[in-house]
Ligand binder design. Structure first.
Ligand code: MN
Length: 229
């Protein structure tokens, strides 16, 4: 098979303990998954069904370094998130007891968001794509294999901006667990090996400007920093 234009290679993320890369197939994200963050965005954490959205696979930026400040926004926000990487396709009949077997590794990432465009989209009932799925919007650390770290379900998740404490949460306070999310999402699409899942952000989201450094971590998973240019 040949193609009429060159085929773009997949974006790869490093996997700790191996020379091989994880090929990113698709990126799915959940909104409103920590109660305090739902409240800070004006919602009710008890009443809303899981809200999924996606980013193109090539919006991923791997561990560390410099991230370009995107065009089209005056209010770029950070959202620290645990990231799950699927090493296998998820079976159609997967349950919350079996679905985690498809998770190969976890990382810590940032769901960069053009908050001004998102607010406008929400107000006008328009899609979120241009507020979420822009170039270099999905930051992710090196992936840490489950065989080394297990499945993180509790522990601090946080973000500092130039050393200032901004976001603090605990993985145990997710409204939907990673397993819950994967099962719910797999009812809407067929999850595949190579898919990444951004699992939502705790409270304390806020703006970042050029020149500032964001440092993120999830206890027992990973720690990483990026600087906006
Ligand atoms: Mn998010």
């Amino acid at each position: 098979m040949s193609y009429v234009i060159p085929v773009a290679p997949p974006v790869g993320l490093p996997v700790s303990g191996t020379e091989n890369q994880f090929p990113v197939r698709r990126i799915f994200c959940i909104g409103k998954n920590y109660s305090e963050h739902v409240r800070e965005m004006g919602g009710d954490p008890q009443r809303e069904e899981p809200l999924f959205f996606a980013k193109p696979a090539d919006t991923v930026i791997g561990p560390g370094g410099v991230v370009p400040y995107p065009p089209g926004t005056q209010d770029l926000h950070f959202e620290v998130e645990l990231v799950a990487a699927l090493g296998r396709d998820v079976a159609a009949d997967a349950t919350v007891d079996t679905v985690r077997d498809a998770v190969l590794a976890y990382g810590i990432g940032i769901d960069l968001t053009r908050r001004d465009l998102q607010a406008e989209a929400k107000k006008r009932g328009r899609p979120w794509d241009m507020s979420k799925g822009f170039d270099a919007s999905a930051l992710c650390s090196a992936l840490e294999p489950v065989e080394r770290i297990g499945h993180p379900s509790a522990g601090e998740i946080g973000l500092d901006r130039d050393g200032e404490a901004c976001q603090r949460g605990d993985l145990k306070d997710m409204v939907w667990s990673v397993a819950d999310m994967l099962v719910a999402l797999n009812r809407l699409i067929s999850l595949k090996a190579g898919d990444l899942l951004y699992t939502g952000t705790p409270s304390g989201v806020g703006p970042v400007v050029a020149g500032q450094t964001l440092t993120v971590w999830a206890e027992g998973v990973a720690r990483e920093s990026w600087t906006l240019s």
